[in-house]
Design a binder for this molecule. Structure first.
Ligand SMILES: Cc1ncc(COP(=O)(O)O)c(C=O)c1O
Length: 439
């Protein structure tokens, strides 16, 4: 297919170099269809511009960190202030301590914190510290749950042919076969089945890890509470992966929003204000195993990173949390998200398409299926070709979303929302027309 006619020679040249030097011409994660691929030049608020000068309303938001929108003045000022004072120290620094204090004040489970650079590291080390605490090896995760790209996480995240529970299916080549023996998989939102697996394996389980809001799936009433109860009964640390939900669903994250407090949590994305920063947080009794005071004991958990507690990232995070703490912020975020979410559902209905808009106001997605989206297997009933065509039709109309997600920011304006809602109608019209003419 021909590339976009409005692409400039400069952007064409960059894309050719990307294709030559980066596997698949991408950075990993997001990629647009090849003919619509673009190179970002700059972004402000909820608008992003490519090298050819084309503008997009941004619902990708850097895969979630940019909840305030791009280049927020408070974040830019904080970063500029810090950059002039030095950019990394591998040592205690003011922003790192102040941000740790603020996160621990905000999140119900957080008594102590250890920084990492990515969310993948945060879930990886949360599991390691849980193993050291419990002196067991196995972890239980949920089918369809994503905890980053490490070997324990990439099990039954997106199995094409799911196995019987609790057997895991690796999602990537290159994962040692032996890891499969250490991972059990349960169905999200099926408390009875999860409880039965935990009861059968409790003596070998080190941790249960769950996205409290799994991808786009809202937890069923009582599901998280039930997980809390069964893990507490057996003394198994419960880990919430709050990389997406932390500071997004509420200032205290999903644990505040859904009212269930885990033992450990992984946070990322928003806390770094657009810089590489994530953290493991949790109960002091478990977190203390990361302390150098444990070095002489067999229980010491080794975790270090060159950029742990990077002062620029922490300054950006502090400035971001400062904005989020302002009164009415979450009400505004939810109002904007709910308007877009409702408009999406209505536009699908008006186009005569059977669809479910799943998620919460700040993060949602449309599935073309008649089945309510309550677990991973329900997502497999959706028409993915239609979904890809819709995502593409939106991009053609200047609406950028993740391949499987809309993130909403505080920077989306009335005009952005108006343009988005118009694009929904036009995109649905385009995909239903294509469908009618499909041989
Ligand atoms: C729930 C969840 N956990 C962990 C991660 C991994 O974070 P990172 O991409 O920073 O490694 C992601 C990334 O999107 C995520 O959505």
């Amino acid at each position: 297919m021909d590339a976009r006619p409005d692409r400039t020679p400069a952007e064409d040249a960059l894309l050719k170099t990307a294709l030559k030097r980066l596997p698949g011409g991408v950075l990993g994660g997001y990629y647009a269809p090849a003919d619509l691929q673009f190179v970002v030049k700059e972004a402000r608020g909820a608008r992003l511009r490519d090298v050819s000068g084309r503008e997009y309303v941004d619902y990708l938001l850097g895969s979630g960190p940019m909840v305030l929108g791009h280049a927020h003045p408070a974040v830019v000022a904080a970063v500029e202030r810090q950059i002039g004072r030095g950019t990394t120290f591998f040592q205690l620094n003011e922003p790192a301590i102040e941000l740790a204090e603020e996160i621990c004040r905000a999140m119900p489970c957080a008594e102590q914190l250890r920084y990492t650079s990515t969310g993948s590291e945060a879930t990886f080390f949360a599991l390691r510290v849980a193993r050291a605490f419990r002196k067991r090896d196995k972890i239980l995760k949920f089918e369809g749950g994503f905890h980053g790209t490490h070997d324990y996480s990439l099990m039954s995240f997106a199995p094409k042919a799911p196995k019987a529970f609790p057997a895991p299916t690796p999602d990537s080549a290159g994962i040692p076969h032996a890891i499969q023996e250490h991972v059990l998989v349960a169905p999200f939102n099926d408390l009875a089945e999860a409880e039965a697996i935990i009861a059968a394996h409790h003596d070998s389980l080190a941790a249960v890890i769950v996205e409290p809001f799994q991808r786009l799936i809202v937890p069923a009433r009582g599901f998280l509470k039930g997980l809390r109860e069964v893990t507490a009964r057996y003394g198994i640390p419960l880990v919430f992966d709050e990389v997406v939900t932390g500071f997004r669903f509420a200032y205290g994250g999903a644990q505040e929003y859904y009212g269930v407090v885990p033992d450990l949590a992984a946070v990322g994305k928003i806390i770094g204000g657009g810089f590489p920063l994530a953290a493991v947080v949790g109960r002091e009794e478990i977190m203390r195993l990361l302390s150098p005071a444990q070095e002489k004991t067999g229980a010491y958990v080794h975790q270090a990173g060159t950029l742990n507690g990077n002062p620029v990232a922490c300054a950006a995070g502090l400035a971001t949390l400062g904005e989020l703490r302002k009164p009415g912020t979450y009400e505004r975020l939810f109002q904007a998200g709910n308007r877009i979410k409702t408009a999406l559902q209505e536009a699908a209905r008006a186009a005569g398409l059977e669809a479910q808009v799943a998620g919460e106001a700040p993060v949602f997605e449309i599935y073309f299926t008649d089945r309510p989206i309550t677990d991973y297997r329900a997502t497999l009933t959706a028409d993915m070709a239609l979904h890809a065509a819709f995502t593409r039709a939106l991009l053609e109309r200047g609406i950028l979303k993740a391949i499987q997600k809309f993130y909403v920011s505080l920077a989306h304006t009335e005009e952005d929302i108006r343009q988005t809602v118009q694009a929904f109608t036009a995109a649905f019209h385009a995909v239903t027309e294509q469908r009618r003419h499909r041989p």
